[in-house]
Write a new protein. Structure first.
Length: 276
């Protein structure tokens, strides 16, 4: 099977559904909008498509010798599918982070029954014992619910990738160890390990904000704003700093706000001289 192509047809087990087969289906539908799944008791020998959570294949985990992560957390079908297809939409690093923080607990629950609130919510879509509905009737609703959640998770990954691209482009044109962003974007995944001391960006409140970049090891600011500015604001701060539009300095000295870009940049340069 071509790892870059998700087949349009899939098979998974019938009967009562769980978070594992539901989120697996949601993932495949999101990555291939034409994907259609059939829920079966047995997989036909001549089936041409992707099979998961049934039959002991590459995306099942019920068989002897089923895959286990290096940290000891066993894979379930969702984790196996994410391992195969997850890096494609968001990159290897973010795919691994999502697996560790979000998918592994669901995989562990499916393998051990240890409990998980989201798994319980998905399980709640199954029909009650005396309902005229079958699990097959309710399965699409459970998948639709899971898709909303998973879509948000995928959008987070794509957003992180866009942020990295924007920040790294700005880093490449850094001056005086100050990175100037055209708009705010999450930057802490890129800048602490760089030579940058400050990052400046337009504030949502108007004007500009500047933040000190922390050291990647200690978490301490590489270059805090001057101690005399801590907690000061408005005219008092502007007069103290000699910058007419400087409006605020956080008491922890990691953040300043100014009305003009020139003063935001100047504040960063003053901080560098103060800490030299």
């Amino acid at each position: 099977m071509d790892k870059t192509v998700i087949p349009a047809r899939g098979l998974t087990h019938s009967g009562k559904f769980h978070a594992d087969d539901v989120f697996s289906t949601a993932l495949l539908e999101l990555l291939n909008p034409e994907f259609q799944v059939e829920r079966v008791l047995e997989v036909p020998a001549d089936f041409d498509g992707i099979v998961y959570d049934i039959s002991g294949g590459a995306f099942d985990h019920h068989q002897t010798g089923a895959p286990v992560r290096e940290n000891g957390v066993p894979y379930a079908a969702f984790g196996l599918l994410w391992r195969e297809y997850g890096p494609s939409p968001g990159g290897e690093e973010e795919a691994l982070r999502l697996d560790e923080n979000w998918i592994q607990p669901l995989d562990l629950e499916d393998n051990t029954g240890c409990g998980h609130p989201l798994a319980e919510a998905i399980g709640g879509f199954n029909p009650l014992w005396d309902s005229p509905d079958t699990p097959g009737d309710r399965f699409p609703s459970a998948v639709a619910f899971a898709k909303v959640i998973l879509q948000h998770k995928l959008e987070e990954i794509w957003g992180i990738q866009r942020a990295k691209s924007l920040v790294e482009e700005a880093l490449s044109s850094m001056e005086d160890r100050i990175v100037l962003l055209p708009r705010f974007a999450p930057w802490k995944m890129s800048l602490p390990k760089s030579e940058a001391l400050f990052v400046v960006y337009p504030s949502q409140r108007g004007g500009y904000s500047a933040q000190g970049v922390p050291d990647p090891e200690s978490g301490e600011l590489k270059c805090p704003f001057p101690l005399a500015w801590a907690g000061k604001r408005d005219n008092e701060l502007a007069k103290l700093a000699g910058l007419s539009t400087l409006r605020f300095c956080h008491n922890s000295r990691f953040l300043i706000a100014a009305d003009s870009l020139e003063d935001a940049l100047a504040a960063c340069r003053i901080a560098q001289r103060t800490n030299a």
